[in-house]
Design a protein around this ligand. Structure first.
Ligand code: WAQ
Ligand code: MG
Length: 273
């Protein structure tokens, strides 16, 4: 395994002080220039013309970069958003989230989980048993940073997703984030859908079940969304959880298995008891 120096690159852009686009990568020195170019071009690709952009580059100690395998991937074949959310709740419950906590989180993502129904910058932390919210700041939430595919992992996941006709960078990035989050101390499951009105796909991620993707987890045109990190009720250590998510660098070396497009009933029946 190579021990070359790695760099964390983070980009954030805004218009009139309002965040519009952000992205981050972890790359070796020879990928620094092209990756910076790619991140600088990112807001325009999403149709934004930011008036401010910040780019941060930090050297990482390669001995302290954790390497993991990506989550397995399964696509569920459901067209209706409401039915998709009901099945997402069933996957969450299978992972150990209480029906009440699943319901609370889904309702919050529908309404906008930030103050007065706004979208949060990061994720909610939700007690998997009670549904109580545990994040310190309800506008910001907790943001996972410092994760990426390694070069070989990136080639692997691109090829795998291309075979499933999923070439959008969002899928690759969401999979990387979900893979890091699924290894957090105290995590039970994650639920996510985008706040982008034109992007309806979302997922439930669980280390044992994989990245369970729903093509339409919300209604087209809806501008609410977000992420819920469900955590263990007993002995949850928010500090250790947050430190792992925000500070520990994680590289994903290889994609998980691709299970294909499945009928939701068959998938739910196939889950380990
Ligand atoms: N850490 C925690 N929460 C985050 C982060 C982060 N680094 N980045 C975004 N969020 C939260 C925040 O509340 C956003 O409003 C919300 O997630 C959605 O972010 O096709 O594009 O970047 O398989 O809009 C999932 C499906 C797409 C991908 C998710 O999220 C697929 C997506 P977005
Ligand atoms: Mg967004």
């Amino acid at each position: 395994m190579s021990r070359e120096t790695l760099y964390s690159i983070r980009m954030r852009s805004s218009i009139d002080g309002k965040h519009v686009s952000g992205a981050e990568r972890i790359v070796p020195v020879d990928r620094l220039r092209p990756t910076i170019d790619e991140l600088v071009a990112r807001p325009a690709e999403s149709g934004h013309r930011p008036d401010h952009m910040s780019l941060t580059v930090d050297e990482l100690d390669p001995a302290r970069v954790r390497r993991i395998r990506g989550l397995d991937i399964v696509m569920l074949d459901i067209a209706d958003p409401q039915a998709s959310r009901a099945d997402a709740a069933r996957v969450l419950e299978h992972a150990g989230v209480s029906p009440r906590a699943a319901r609370i989180a889904i309702d919050l993502l529908l309404a906008g989980p930030g103050p007065s129904g706004t979208v949060m910058r990061g994720a909610m932390i939700v007690d998997a048993e009670t549904g109580a919210r545990l994040e310190q700041d309800r506008a910001r939430g907790v943001r996972a940073t410092r994760f990426d595919w390694s070069e070989s992992g990136e080639n692997g996941i691109r090829a795998l997703l291309a075979s499933a006709s999923l070439t959008h960078f969002r899928v690759r990035e969401a999979l990387a984030l979900a893979s890091k989050v699924a290894h957090a101390p105290g995590i039970v499951a994650e639920l996510c859908w985008s706040d982008d009105p034109g992007y309806t796909a979302g997922y439930v991620a669980v280390r044992a079940c994989g990245y369970v993707r729903f093509p339409r987890l919300k209604e087209l045109g809806s501008a609410t969304g977000g992420r819920a990190f469900f955590v263990r009720h007993e002995g949850f250590d928010r500090e250790a959880f947050t430190r792992y998510l925000c500070e520990e660098a994680v590289l994903i070396d290889e994609p998980g298995a691709y299970r294909g497009v499945l009928d939701p009933e068959l998938f739910l029946a196939s889950l380990p008891k």
